[in-house]
Write a protein that binds this ligand. Structure first.
Ligand SMILES: NC(=O)c1ccc[n+]([C@@H]2O[C@H](COP(=O)([O-])OP(=O)(O)OC[C@H]3O[C@@H](n4cnc5c(N)ncnc54)[C@H](OP(=O)(O)O)[C@@H]3O)[C@@H](O)[C@H]2O)c1
Length: 334
């Protein structure tokens, strides 16, 4: 193989508050020769996820933290350009943990093939990627919506939220999205078919919840936590299900995580609040992928990607998630 250079972001220190450029080392090294069993992948698109901020923290979580000096963890899609593995051929496209770098070199553990002739590659990071899997399993297995339910989704104009809302519509629910700004709220209704939207940045969320959910909330799909979770807890319907998919409002907090003051609403309404981790459902990803792909083909599900160009912009592009600057799934084009 001709000498190739690999630009990489390594975690240099554990951030306090938002992660910034100083928390990473940006280095260029030659691409290593693959050992027997290894492959070389040219990364094409990387998934930027709020969870990346959590992976930078020390301490017990659902996954080991990224070690200091390690290439920052990221899911991605790319093309196999060299293979010493019988499972992959040069020219195959793969999805998996490829890291914030130009090239992945290593054992193809956990990588699987994707077909760019069926769908554009970024869709395999969005509606057909971990985003779609999270929306699908968190809504259907934890939220357990039935037709006619009122489903409220926070972070609704983002990657997971927009897919979860559309799946709830497919299942015959009344879907209300909570998002920041008029434009995102319009997008929820006009592009994704939501029944209503609440602009948490410009309206009183308690009043808006009363207006949009007169019969209460049967399923709350929470991506945000904090004050929004607390507000929705006050509107639960009897036997409601609260899905804790994420809590992005808390990820950069330098103080203790803000817990739900209104949790006794769970008692009063005999409701349930349950945490969710997408990897628990890995054994069923193929089944979900087939159903999601079917909805995409029918046009009942739309995948929206927000693509930013340039590996070198990684720290600033990641921040877009925490500033609400993304519309749909945030993807970095390498
Ligand atoms: N549990 C799991 O297995 C799993 C898997 C995947 C994702 N998740 C979680 O799902 C959530 C959504 O992830 P995603 O990838 O789809 O990201 P995303 O929704 O595409 O992007 C994040 C969005 O969060 C909103 N936001 C940021 N800071 C906020 C704040 N302080 N208050 C309210 N809203 C805020 C912003 O939208 P606005 O402009 O509307 O504020 C932003 O666009 C995250 O919490 C993530 O950790 C969990």
């Amino acid at each position: 193989m001709t000498a190739l250079n690999n630009r990489q972001f390594l975690l240099a220190r554990r951030p306090t508050g938002p992660a910034n450029r100083e928390d990473f080392t940006f280095q260029t090294v030659p691409v290593a020769e693959p050992a027997p069993g290894q492959i070389v992948v040219k990364n094409e698109y990387l998934s930027l996820d709020p969870a990346m901020r959590g992976w930078m923290n020390e301490g017990k979580s659902y996954i080991a933290p990224v070690a200091l000096g390690e290439v920052m963890r990221a899911l991605g899609v790319g093309k196999v350009i060299e293979s010493q593995s019988p499972a992959f051929e040069v020219g195959d496209y793969v999805h998996g943990v490829l890291g914030v770098q130009d090239y992945f070199v290593g054992e193809p553990k956990g990588l699987h093939k994707v077909d760019p002739t069926l769908l554009p590659l970024p869709v395999y990071l969005a509606a057909l990627g971990m985003t779609g899997m999270s929306a699908y399993f968190a809504l259907l297995e934890v939220g357990q919506p039935t037709a006619g339910d009122t489903v409220v989704i926070s972070g609704a104009a983002g990657a997971v939220g927009s897919v979860a809302g559309q799946i709830a519509k497919i299942k015959g629910c009344r879907v209300i999205g909570i998002a920041g700004g008029k434009e995102k709220c319009r997008m929820l209704i006009e592009a994704f078919g939501f029944d209503g939207a609440i602009d948490y940045k410009n309206e009183d969320i308690h009043q808006a919840l009363k207006r949009e959910c007169p019969k209460g909330v049967d399923v709350f799909f929470d991506n945000v936590g904090g004050d929004i979770l607390d507000a929705v807890l006050t509107r639960l319907a009897p036997k409601a299900r609260v899905v804790i998919c994420g809590a992005i409002s808390q990820y950069n907090s330098k103080e203790a995580i803000k817990g739900p003051a209104n949790y006794l609403s769970l008692l009063v309404n005999r409701a349930r609040m349950e945490g969710f981790v997408v990897m628990d459902h890995a054994a069923n990803f193929a089944r979900a992928g087939a159903e999601l792909a079917g909805w995409l083909a029918q046009g009942t599900l739309k995948s929206k990607e927000h693509i930013v160009d340039g590996l070198e912009t990684f720290p600033e592009t990641l921040q877009m998630l925490f500033k609400g600057e993304n519309h749909g799934k945030l993807v970095l084009k390498v």
